[in-house]
Design a protein around this ligand. Structure first.
Ligand SMILES: [Mg+2]
Length: 363
């Protein structure tokens, strides 16, 4: 029998601002480059588990590194047993709660633990979870676009095999939404699925008004029309329109998801592997989604999501939005509009030269 019990020796967290191919433009602000924290969990057995987390803002990076160092000082000598470690984290952070930097740090550690175990077995994480790598349908995910400027890129996505495109809207008035969505629908034709994301920018009354006008464009979903935590508002919009409502990227750990399901806030579920609580959180969330018959899509984190969606009973779409490619030695790439998990672990190897260049400011 292979000895798989790994003991945590050391945790290293590093901040990096990873360049993006395109800044991510949303109705509530632009993300110029990806603020990431890279986590390496070294074990006594020599295996190193890796993960990265997305800080959303560069201002969060140094606090996240500090927090991970602080949490890790209590982990040395403990076994890499993610379910046990999560039980401890849940007790330790009960009074502060999961939303925010604590949840992000814990989820990053959890992902690195699962990566270490899978690497020790020389397996992809998906196999450790009882699945196998499968080719998952992905949609190409755009920010706020200019239909003229971005037409070439969108048509290229379709040529490459993507069967679905998502754009962000809501940065102007309803007329602008209608013009943008109409232009993209005529560009891609009736067969390619089209989704839109309001990034929480509307109130429920305005959301209903706008979405009803967009019905003619046969949208596959409308994402976060109102504030993510306004579950009642989401339910209100959902009851008033016929286009499916998508939320979930801002559910913090599985208990937040339970509240959204109880409120009838969404037709679909979009899980963010970091905010939902790492692999351990995802496993609980995917069970809830199955029980509630909610189709599950992923949010950023293409690598980990390719593993987790492959074992998710109600798998729907993988979001293709690459935030870490610039610091990975062998970034995941879509093939014919699909993505497939690979190992060992999550299949993440750092491009140390690129990371050193970014750390020194020489881009
Ligand atoms: Mg979104």
């Amino acid at each position: 029998m292979v000895e798989t019990k790994l003991i945590i020796r050391n945790v290293k967290a590093r901040a990096v601002l990873a360049p993006l191919k395109q800044p991510i433009r949303t109705a509530v602000g632009t993300i110029p480059s990806a603020p990431l924290v890279l986590i390496d969990v070294t074990t006594e057995q020599g295996e190193v588990g890796r993960s990265y987390i997305f800080g959303y803002t560069a201002a969060a990076l140094i606090p996240l590194v500090y927090l991970i160092d602080e949490i890790a000082s209590d982990l040395k000598g403990k076994p890499v047993v993610p379910m046990e470690r999560m039980r401890e984290f849940d007790r330790r952070f009960r009074l502060v709660g999961w939303q925010g930097l604590i949840g992000m740090a814990v989820a990053g550690l959890d992902m690195a633990f699962w990566d270490a175990i899978a690497r020790a077995l020389d397996q992809p994480v998906v196999c450790l979870l009882g699945g196998t790598p499968v080719s998952l349908p992905a949609y190409d995910s755009y920010g706020i676009i200019d239909p003229k400027v971005d037409e070439k890129a969108i048509l290229r996505s379709v040529d490459e095999g993507f069967r679905a495109i998502k754009i962000k809207i809501g940065d102007g008035d309803l007329d602008k939404d209608v013009k943008t969505v109409g232009a993209v629908r005529s560009m891609i034709g009736p067969k390619i699925k089209l989704m839109v994301d309001y990034n929480q920018s509307l109130d429920p009354v305005e959301a209903c008004r706008r979405i009803l006008r967009l019905t003619e464009f046969d949208l596959h979903w409308v994402e976060e029309p109102v504030k993510a935590e306004d579950l009642r508002g989401h339910a209100q919009v959902r009851a008033a329109v016929s286009i499916p409502i998508q939320t979930g990227e801002n559910w913090w750990f599985p208990r937040d998801m339970a509240k959204a399901i109880a409120a009838g806030a969404s037709d679909l579920a979009m899980l963010d592997v970091m905010k939902i609580g790492g692999v351990t959180g995802w496993l609980s969330a995917m069970g809830q989604a199955e029980a509630a018959t909610l189709p599950v899509s992923s949010h950023i984190f293409v690598e980990a999501s390719a593993h987790l969606l492959a074992v998710t009973p109600t798998v729907h779409w993988l979001e293709h939005l690459d935030i870490a490619g610039a610091i990975l030695a062998d970034p995941y790439r879509p093939v014919g509009g699909t993505m497939t998990a690979r190992g060992p672990g999550f299949g993440l190897e750092w491009d140390e030269k690129a990371i050193a260049r970014l750390a020194s400011g020489r881009h």
